[in-house]
Design a binder for this molecule. Sequence first.
Ligand code: LLP
Length: 441
Amino acid sequence: MEWFAFQPAVNKELSANKELSANKEPSANKELFAEQIPVRQLAEEFGTPLYVYSRQALETSYQAYYQALADGPHLICYAVKANSNLAVLNVLARLGAGFDIVSIGELERVLAAGGDPEKVVFSGVAKQRHEIHRALEVGVHCFNIESEQELEVIQEEAQAMDKVARVSLRVNPDVDAQTHPYISTGLKDNKFGIDINRAPVVYARAAQLSHIEIAGVDCHIGSQLTTIEPFLDALDRLLLLMDQLKTQGIHLKHLDIGGGLGVQYQDEVAPSPSDYLVLVKQRLAEKGYGDLTLVVEPGRSIAAQAGIMLTRVELIKPTGQKNFAIVDGAMNDLLRPSIYSAWHTIVNTLERPDGENQMYDVVGPVCESGDFLGKERALAIREGDLLAVYSAGAYGFVMSSNYNARCRAAEVMVDGTEAYVIRRRETIAEQFDSESLLPPA
Ligand code: LLP
């Protein structure tokens, strides 16, 4: 968490804080910074809960992919679903990133953020006709086709528009990604992709279609993978498929190995993009496919560590059983702990040298027992303290909702000593702007 680090507290400002000095707050040694800005200042200025992203962190994780792939033909398609804020997309577009999208909403975001449609791959199990139409209109790089039916629909739409749709088949290699079942996608009983054994027949059909151009093959076996073996198993199966396709006279131009590389949330050790891609490239070269364009669709490994969520301790509530730290952020703001029992490290943004750790369940105000950000966390905290929930840059804000009629949080991007609001806090009026009453009786 290089870009979010504890640095000596800005004491002058702390002692100027009347509330703190009135409470005779002992001076803290260190406080959390986002790049060059104390996060305390961001919370005071923009309120909480607040998503804070580091531009440098985003750029550094993108560059890790670029450096691993720069020596050969490649396309890095950031998976927009991980964090689709326009400013995030724009930062990546400026670096030359492509994008992996799964809906027309994501496509329009990419375009609005200055992304190049020619570097867009369109994934997703059920693309609708209007979405296919728009993607053809703007000229996306490729459709990742997930079923035989979809192939026919894309042919029809392309024909009607007198365009040629470049496609790649997303195959399901039946590989266990050894990750959480909800984010595992490469097993036979998952809804995703075309059975790899069936793929040769579907490629043969695609080759016959007048408005389809076969561009490549694609697979994505799951997310938050912390070992490389499942990726390599899937790759080996794709390579066998490609050998088979050659005998059918079908030569592919690209190989899309999807996203899925994990990050460290707790004590996992996640491979780096280069650890992983060196092995992929080696395998391709060995099998005579070194000149294929390698496409990757990383989401989490680009955005997760580039963001934190700040949340304020509202109340400390000891019960007979445990201590609850009730904070102003909740499951509607950050859903991952509730639905995947995901661990996100939680820290007090102000170190309390004199403070004693106690165990807390850090919970939000939403009316569900499943509303928690972390359970059994050792923290030295008081009411009013500002906590940071780490690794919240991916699948954080994007999965937030208005549950309990809560306004969605604001998002800020820090760049050195500057902070930019990249999404202002939602207002209650905005929440029901699009609703209407029935006509009077
Ligand atoms: N490509 C495809 C086709 C995908 O379905 C996904 C993620 C990605 C790329 C990016 O995968 P990544 O590099 O981010 O692992 N909400 C869950 C994660 C869902 C991932 C869905 N697909 C979570 O919070 O863990």
